[in-house]
Design a protein around this ligand. Structure first.
Ligand SMILES: *[C@@H]1O[C@H](CO)[C@@H](O)[C@H](O)[C@H]1NC(C)=O
Ligand SMILES: *[C@@H]1O[C@H](CO)[C@@H](O)[C@H](O)[C@H]1NC(C)=O
Ligand SMILES: *[C@@H]1O[C@H](CO)[C@@H](O)[C@H](O)[C@H]1NC(C)=O
Ligand SMILES: *[C@@H]1O[C@H](CO)[C@@H](O)[C@H](O)[C@H]1NC(C)=O
Ligand SMILES: *[C@@H]1O[C@H](CO)[C@@H](O)[C@H](O)[C@H]1NC(C)=O
Ligand SMILES: *[C@@H]1O[C@H](CO)[C@@H](O)[C@H](O)[C@H]1NC(C)=O
Ligand SMILES: [Cu+2]
Length: 270
């Protein structure tokens, strides 16, 4: 991260906000949809990067006990503003980073990216009575993926030694991330949640940051049906300064392979 220190201090003082970057473009049928076509819209979310500096933020959520952890700021109530994507269990879908975003200069800037190192995860929550637009996500959630160490989707390892070790994280600097909906997911309408976390600094100079966005999906499945679990509530999966999320992101000897993702184990589709 290395938000400049003046910005970091500013962020601690600022009011409610969202995030430095927003995973608001759902990837459907191998194509990027537009911002907030299927991802729950957020508020307040200003369209001007400079607004970050004058108090209206792409301000990250630092409180994993707040409702903002669920679907981003005001993302629990904006379901009627977006569409619901029709997909099949077993389909590959994804989330892409869209506008607005706060530019950050530790990489050659071209497109919006997940520019913080840290773990990502993907979650599902079935809407009662198939009414996903009204659903606030206060029901049960199942995790379907952790993405921690590098995969074939990861960006090339950065050559610059200052940042090379941050490339050990799967999603570091990727503009998007794709995954497969388990083939045995029970049919119905769901919130599909993507979460990404920036670690807090051990010396307290900044807290961990929780990025979360929810797409609305209608999952069809005429085949085998599994039993998703374990089931949890969100918030409720992490505490403030969650110990696993407090390590030095500039510590080149920190071994991402030894990172233990807190929260429930992902459902394996059985
Ligand atoms: C995810 O899928 C989209 C659509 O096929 C593609 O444009 C994008 O590059 C993929 N993302 C990654 C990280 O591979
Ligand atoms: C977001 O929710 C807060 C708290 O309910 C409310 O005060 C604020 O007006 C909402 N903002 C938008 C843009 O809806
Ligand atoms: C963004 O804000 C700056 C400074 O207030 C202003 O000059 C610029 O026109 C704004 N851009 C947009 C797209 O609103
Ligand atoms: C905390 O550590 C970071 C590097 O991880 C360093 O840049 C910063 O100056 C330190 N801050 C304090 C208050 O010690
Ligand atoms: C860096 O990470 C290593 C491995 O986790 C740890 O032993 C060491 O204490 C860390 N150094 C600092 C300055 O936090
Ligand atoms: C990191 O941890 C993994 C798994 O424990 C181990 O195989 C690997 O050698 C470690 N890498 C370094 C650089 O220590
Ligand atoms: Cu940041």
């Amino acid at each position: 991260m290395k938000c400049r220190l003046d910005l970091v201090l500013f962020l601690h003082l600022a009011g409610q906000g969202s995030a430095h970057y927003v995973l608001n473009r759902f990837i459907l049928n191998n194509a990027w949809t537009k911002e907030f076509d299927f991802v729950r819209s957020l508020g307040p979310l200003l369209m001007n990067e400079s607004d970050y500096l004058i108090g209206h933020p792409l301000k990250p959520n630092e409180d994993p006990t707040s409702i903002t952890l669920r679907c981003g700021p005001n993302g629990t109530t904006s379901g009627h503003l977006v569409g619901t994507a029709n997909i099949n269990a077993g389909d590959t879908v994804g989330f892409g980073v869209g506008e607005p975003h706060f530019r950050y200069g530790n990489y050659p800037y071209d497109v919006p990216r997940i520019y913080h190192p840290g773990p990502a995860s993907v979650w599902l929550s079935k809407a009662p009575n198939d009414d996903v637009e009204s659903y606030t996500g206060d029901g049960d959630w199942v995790k379907i993926y952790n993405f921690v160490t590098r995969t074939e989707q990861s960006m090339p390892v950065r050559e610059d030694p200052t940042y090379a070790h941050q490339s050990q994280w799967a999603t570091y600097l990727t503009p998007s991330w794709n995954f497969t909906i388990p083939k045995t997911t029970p049919p119905g309408k769901y919130l599909l949640r993507f979460e990404h976390i920036l670690a807090g600094d051990p010396n307290g100079s900044f807290n961990e940051q929780y990025y979360a966005n929810c797409a609305q999906v209608n999952i069809k499945n005429d085949g085998e049906i599994g039993m998703p679990g374990p089931l949890v509530k969100i918030p409720g999966i992490y505490v403030k300064r969650q110990p696993e999320f407090i390590f030095g992101i500039w510590n080149a000897t920190f071994n991402v392979s030894q990172f233990n993702m807190p929260g429930p184990a992902p459902w394996n589709g059985s």
